[in-house]
Design a protein around this ligand. Structure first.
Ligand SMILES: *[C@@H]1O[C@H](CO)[C@@H](O)[C@H](O)[C@H]1NC(C)=O
Ligand SMILES: *[C@@H]1O[C@H](CO)[C@@H](O)[C@H](O)[C@H]1NC(C)=O
Ligand SMILES: *[C@@H]1O[C@H](CO)[C@@H](O)[C@H](O)[C@H]1NC(C)=O
Ligand SMILES: *[C@@H]1O[C@H](CO)[C@@H](O)[C@H](O)[C@H]1NC(C)=O
Ligand SMILES: *[C@@H]1O[C@H](CO)[C@@H](O)[C@H](O)[C@H]1NC(C)=O
Ligand SMILES: *[C@@H]1O[C@H](CO)[C@@H](O)[C@H](O)[C@H]1NC(C)=O
Length: 506
């Protein structure tokens, strides 16, 4: 089994395909240019966000001397649209996920788009151990060095960081009565939902976008993830699906023949430095997975630069009659959409380990708490049939970090089983958004739980598409999703201010 440290919500460990592989790590390529990045550069003086640092406690849960260690946690802030503390105007906080917070801010235009309407203060808090929020004096070699130091990288510590920072920030602004809304996408969306459940005295509501909080411990099927990818391609073109599905065996057969690897290398324009069929399969699978995740209705540049509806574009390449009968040429055409949309690639490097958004430490989380079974492939899957195998994950994690995962911890700490019944009687004010083209939607909350724990589901939607900057080209369904989210949040705020105006106890 090949362990490809693929990008997940950002990074998840995907145990892929082939049948006789050794453990290896594949990192997809991430071209660096990001539209709007100039808007964030604080040196220009007219940046959207100002960058600040907060002295954060390393260990919120242990009083031994170690717990007095601190680190510098980065957060971004914008008060341009804020109505101010006197008016108790709201604070919108993005609960950062597993990567550079500036990158998430660039891909969460929703916050800035709605700020003038809500007169909200905008804050993006970086998750510990990512970006510039590195404990141990910012020394990554030490922080990532071993399981003892990485032990401070957990979702519970991160949530406590957010609680601590938000309280302190509000105190500094004398905005104690301002309502806080937490928002996040993907793992950040999980954190937003969990924050609302664990810290209801700090956040009055949560918008949790594409948050697969049910992707744990057998609550959702381990096949759902790849079934959705399969369906995405199939819904566009049955032929495209069949060509891709048939290609894996063809690649493996070719690789076994003499000169076969060289043929594959040339077919896919792989650089001369390295090729193996496992890496090639991992690289192609990564392209299909991320394209499905980011099948946005407008051109985007989240993981890679892509055209609108990239799954359709990939299948157009596969189905192109001019390419003729050559499966590898068809697949090359598809991969070229994901890896070379800008046209800049001279050859494809299968062992490119660049990590421009600083996501690599997700591997630690995926080996400790975030045991999310997504790797099952049914007979109909676009990938070769395979079963989710916990022992595989466990032995991979042992080999990398020398630790045993805690596969039941997330459901112990945050719940998940029978979520409708549990949350119907406990909790309020959470929006769960899911786009059904997003493979993570299989682990999402897709049904309304109560009047104020609401599921918004978009059949055509992909991974946290609702949180992206709005554009003139946005389809009607996407405008509608955002409109409904804004309406619900407005309702929560109205209720909050009504309660605030009442004398306490009444
Ligand atoms: C882990 O790293 C820290 C910091 O470098 C070091 O002090 C500690 O001894 C290491 N622990 C183990 C078990 O190697
Ligand atoms: C609040 O103010 C104190 C004193 O200036 C500062 O040290 C701290 O970082 C501030 N808190 C936040 C969240 O910025
Ligand atoms: C494509 O290949 C199939 C079988 O591999 C063959 O029957 C068919 O004639 C070929 N078509 C063309 C256009 O070469
Ligand atoms: C990338 O696209 C350009 C322009 O279409 C093309 O010339 C180049 O060969 C492609 N690179 C690779 C590695 O396929
Ligand atoms: C799971 O993987 C382990 C090796 O890591 C293997 O021994 C076991 O047979 C596998 N189980 C299934 C159901 O494939
Ligand atoms: C949940 O309820 C809201 C109205 O409050 C509705 O707009 C939405 O479609 C419902 N979601 C589902 C999945 O039925």
């Amino acid at each position: 089994m090949i362990a490809s440290a693929g990008f997940m919500f950002l990074w998840l460990i995907i145990f892929f395909l082939c049948h006789s592989c050794t453990i290896a790590t594949i990192t997809p390529r991430f071209p660096v240019s990001i539209a709007r990045s100039k808007l964030l550069s604080s040196s220009t003086g007219n940046a959207i966000y100002e960058t600040k640092y907060f002295t954060q406690t390393l260990d919120h849960f242990n009083f031994n001397p170690q717990s007095y260690q601190t680190f510098q946690q980065r957060y971004l802030i914008n008060d341009k649209y804020w109505g101010g503390a006197e008016k108790n105007s709201p604070v919108f906080v993005y609960t950062g996920n597993e990567g550079d917070i500036e990158w998430f801010a660039q891909n969460t235009g929703f916050m800035i788009d709605v700020a003038p309407y809500f007169k909200s203060l905008l804050v993006f808090i970086e998750h510990r151990f990512y970006g510039k929020s590195i404990p141990y004096g910012g020394d990554k070699d030490v922080a990532y060095g071993n399981a003892s130091t990485l032990g401070y990288l957990s979702s519970t510590q991160a949530l406590a960081d957010y609680a601590t920072l938000i309280i302190d920030l509000k105190k500094n602004l004398t905005a104690e009565d301002s309502p806080v809304l937490v928002l996040g996408g993907s793992y950040g969306g999980m954190l937003a939902a969990w924050f609302r459940l664990k810290y209801p005295h700090i956040a009055m509501g949560a918008l949790a976008s594409s948050a697969p909080i049910l992707n744990f411990e057998g609550i959702c099927s381990p096949y759902s993830f790849n079934d959705i990818i399969t369906q995405d391609f199939r819904s566009v073109s049955e032929n495209c699906y069949r060509v891709i599905k048939g290609s894996w065996k063809q690649m493996e057969d070719t690789a076994r023949k003499s000169g076969g690897l060289e043929l594959l290398r040339k077919s896919f324009k792989i650089c001369k430095n390295y090729i193996s069929v496992d890496y090639l399969e991992g690289w192609l699978s990564t392209a299909f997975l991320y394209t499905a995740m980011t099948d946005y209705p407008t051109p985007s540049n989240f993981l890679n630069p892509l055209p609108a509806y990239p799954v359709k574009q990939m299948c157009k390449a596969v189905d192109d009659p001019l390419v003729g009968n050559d499966t590898f040429a068809k697949l090359y055409g598809a991969a070229n959409i994901y890896y070379n949309y800008t046209g800049d690639a001279t050859c494809f490097d299968l062992i490119d380990n660049s990590d421009p958004h600083g996501l690599a430490e997700w591997n630690w989380q995926a080996c400790t708490e975030m045991i999310m079974p997504t790797d099952g492939n049914s007979e109909k899957s676009i990938f070769p049939p395979s079963q989710w195998n916990y022992s595989d994950r466990a032995s991979y994690c042992y080999s990398i970090f020398g630790i045993e995962p805690r596969p039941n911890w997330i459901t112990t700490e945050f719940g998940g089983h029978d979520i409708s019944k549990v949350l119907k009687r406990f909790g309020s004010n959470i929006i769960f958004f899911n786009g059904l083209r997003d493979p993570w939607s299989g682990g999402g909350v897709l049904q309304n739980i109560s009047k104020s724990i609401v599921a918004i589901v978009a059949k055509e939607g992909a991974h946290h598409v609702d949180l992206r900057f709005s554009t003139k080209e946005d389809p009607e369904w996407l405008r509608d999703v955002r409109k409904r989210e804004i309406q619900i949040i407005s309702k929560w705020l109205k209720q909050y201010y009504r309660d605030l105006a009442r004398p306490s106890g009444s």
